[in-house]
Design a protein around this ligand. Structure first.
Ligand code: HEM
Length: 400
């Protein structure tokens, strides 16, 4: 079959992309700098273009354009997207991010490392004698959720409530939601918003020495955010920090086991940091970074028009052979990516990067130490999605 000319990149459906994303990216990348989705969204494929466009002055962060193009009207989801730091620009973005920045700085997060470690140890200890671990639901989901609960001062008993809600809301950040999913996403967004609103109100009335009380005090003193904005930054943190890290932990353990590298890493635990980086490269928990073109942009002879939502496909870029030799191989010894593209870039660079890395490192280190020889029982590592937040299926481990 003759390929369309380079100046008119092919149009593909979301379903086709979701079915075999790596294969499509591998086949298209040498011929086309970008492909178009049948909903009009453009996916930029090559590593050098993705890296450049993340901070290019001819792009800005997407706001509500993608939602509106999918026909989403006023309601809880629109409230979230139009008030979140993730989907804002310039001064609005700065005043929304500023009250969170200090708390999530690398230095502050390092202080949480021992807490994350002992939490991960306790979760594995509970299951050790049973010889069976549902890695996603009984471990990978709980490490980020309980850590977030500790940061925000949420009672541990509420963890199942807010995690279940946040997984339902985060569907809006995946590549695969349809209009049929919208009523449930709207409902979950409303419930999560009300839950966070109640927490904030509680700290306003009964401040205590925790992150959320400091946040409320800072926000109230500055008076620069509306009440809804103040709530939505915390909802954004809960969303950003739940599904992403859950998937990343499952993917990391799954890749190691499927490639028969568990024992080798047990012998060389100094490589854990490199494995965190390599698993985020091979199968990123977030597959793209969203932007909007504000001017026409030419890429290798093809033109992305102005005013178009673009997804900078980190998932494709991280397997671009121009930058990564043998890109489809999962390798323990590949150099660590210090400034990993999976966390985006510029002013929107992931706020939770330091925390995510600590959670992944400690989770893996604890699993390796506690489980000398686990095997995957049943379905292997299964990841859904070609862009945005990706979802993982349960991965069951057995030993004895
Ligand atoms: C492996 C785990 C994670 C990955 C791959 C990831 C990836 C990303 C990406 C790609 C962005 C958008 C960057 C951009 O537009 O340039 C982002 C933003 C964000 N992330 Fe993460 N993230 C992860 C974990 C976390 C955690 C643990 C938290 C919080 C506890 C978090 C909170 C946020 C927030 C609040 C933003 C919005 C930042 C802004 O727009 O200024 N993320 N993340």
């Amino acid at each position: 079959m003759a390929l369309p000319s380079r100046t008119t990149p092919p149009v593909l459906s979301c379903a086709a992309l979701d079915a075999t994303p790596h294969q499509i990216f591998r086949e298209m990348r040498p011929h086309f700098p970008f492909i178009e989705r049948d909903d009009g969204v453009i996916l930029v494929l090559r590593a050098r273009d993705v890296e450049r466009l993340i901070t290019d002055q001819r792009t800005r962060q997407i706001e509500t354009e993608l939602l509106r193009s999918k026909g989403v009207g006023p309601g809880p989801v629109m409230d979230l997207v139009s008030n979140s730091l993730l989907f804002s620009n310039g001064e609005t973005h700065r005043r929304r991010r500023q009250p969170l920045s200090r708390a999530f700085a690398f230095r502050m997060m390092e202080g949480l490392r021992p807490t994350v470690r002992s939490l991960a140890e306790a979760l594995v200890d509970e299951k050790r004698d049973s010889g069976l671990l549902h890695l996603r639901d009984d471990f990978a989901s709980l490490v980020p959720a309980i850590t977030l609960a500790a940061i925000l001062g949420i009672p541990r008993t509420d963890v199942p409530v807010f995690t279940a809600l946040s997984y339902r809301v985060s569907k809006i950040l995946t590549s695969s939601w349809t209009r049929d999913d919208l009523p449930d996403i709207e409902q979950a967004t409303q419930d999560l918003t009300l839950y966070i609103e109640a927490l904030i109100e509680d700290r306003r009335r009964h401040p205590r020495p925790d992150f959320l009380s400091d946040y409320v005090e800072t926000v109230d003193r500055a008076g620069a955010m509306t009440a809804l904005e103040a709530i939505m930054q915390i909802v954004s943190v809960v969303l950003g920090g739940s599904d992403t890290t859950r998937a990343a932990i499952v993917v990391m353990a799954g890749l190691l086991l499927e490639h028969g590298l568990w024992q080798e890493l047990r012998r060389q635990p100094a490589l854990i940091g490199a494995v965190v980086s390599e698993s985020l490269r091979c199968e990123p928990a977030v597959g793209s970074v969203p932007r909007l073109t504000i001017e026409e942009i030419e890429l290798d002879g093809a033109v992305v028009p102005a005013g178009r939502p673009v997804l900078l496909s980190t998932m494709s870029a991280l397997r671009d052979p121009e930058v990564f030799p043998n890109p489809d191989r999962f390798e323990l010894t590949r150099p660590t990516l210090r400034w990993h593209p999976v966390f985006g870039g510029g002013e929107h660079r992931c706020l939770g990067e330091a925390l995510a890395k600590i959670e992944m490192e400690e989770a893996l280190s604890v699993l390796l130490a506690a489980l000398p020889d686990p095997r995957i029982d049943g379905q292997g590592l299964t990841i859904h999605g070609h862009a945005g937040v990706r979802k993982v299926e349960e991965l069951t481990l057995r030993w004895h």
